[in-house]
Design a protein around this ligand. Structure first.
Ligand SMILES: Nc1ncnc2c1ncn2[C@@H]1O[C@H](COP(=O)(O)OP(=O)(O)OP(=O)(O)O)[C@@H](O)[C@H]1O
Ligand SMILES: [Mg+2]
Length: 256
């Protein structure tokens, strides 16, 4: 028997509440998983640092090469932990509405070029070719160039991380319908249809990505979406499926 109109009207808010509850339960589970990963991420560099300090303190006659190696190790691990802390702080600042953009008139091409340069050594190391298509004229935005660079470093960093050595990355900058558009495609591991709607959520990582994620925690794309939206823009992802590469498109409103 069909439910009456009154019953349907009554059920709608209950269903909405149920969906909301499911979302909250899923978010809570992700947060718990995240805390477990975070503990691990903090424990292993701390253990390495402790070992290195132990070696340096154990004897006064530690070989100079060993000393240098231990110092480099400590520096690297501290750098990793700093990045982690900075990423988490950014997320919390944006979530609480405490991040203020330092807007100025910037050419999108200049920002994208800076992001590519930041990652250049990684592309070379992984023997990945990046093919870039530039527009003929500047694409002016009213934007925070440092934050936008951070956005593109995250997308391009993922493209490199989730693509095999020797793979291809392509990037295009264009303008259409009042938006500056950056499209990044890669020939990497791809994203399943099930995962696609969730990858911009905080702490979400696909199982396929785990072996490559390295010290990642699933923060990058959440930051990307928050930063795009703070600029009045959007970001979307597409993939034909696992093993078939991915495509990320960022749209940002142009200024005159
Ligand atoms: N270019 C890509 N190709 C395939 N999967 C991707 C790509 N970019 C992101 N993903 C998937 O989306 C997930 C979330 O990405 P995100 O950048 O937020 O986290 P992360 O790279 O795992 O860690 P972090 O960025 O915090 O260091 C990744 O774990 C991966 O599963
Ligand atoms: Mg990432």
């Amino acid at each position: 028997m069909q439910p009456t109109l009154a019953a349907r009207q009554h059920r709608a808010p209950t269903q909405v509440a149920r969906l909301r509850l499911d979302e909250l339960i899923a978010a809570d589970r992700r947060k718990n998983e995240f805390l477990a990963v975070l503990c691990h991420e903090l424990r292993s560099p701390l253990a390495s640092i402790q070992n290195a300090v132990g070696i340096l303190r154990s004897r006064s006659d530690v070989d100079l090469t060993v000393q240098h190696r231990m110092h480099a190790l400590i520096e690297r691990q501290v750098g990793q932990m700093t990045l982690l802390a900075v990423g988490l702080l950014d997320v919390s600042r944006i979530t609480c509405g405490r991040l203020r953009l330092k807007r100025e008139r910037v050419d999108l091409c200049v920002v994208v070029r800076a992001a590519i340069e930041t990652l250049e050594s990684g592309f070379i190391l992984r023997q990945q070719r990046i093919a870039v298509t530039w527009p003929d004229v500047p694409v002016w935005l009213d934007a925070d160039s440092a934050r936008l660079e951070q956005l593109f470093v995250n997308i391009l960093g993922n493209a490199s991380k989730y693509t095999d050595a020797g793979g291809e990355i392509a990037l295009s900058v264009s303008a259409r319908d009042g938006d500056g558009i950056v499209c990044v495609t890669d020939s990497g591991i791809g994203i399943s249809q099930d995962m696609l709607p969730h990858i911009f959520d905080l702490f979400v990582q696909a199982d396929e990505a785990a072996p490559r994620s390295g010290s990642g925690l699933g923060i990058g794309l959440a930051l990307v979406r928050m930063l795009a939206e703070l600029h009045g823009g959007t970001v979307s992802a597409a993939s034909a499926g696992i093993g078939l590469g991915s495509e990320f498109t960022v749209r940002l409103p142009q200024t005159s």
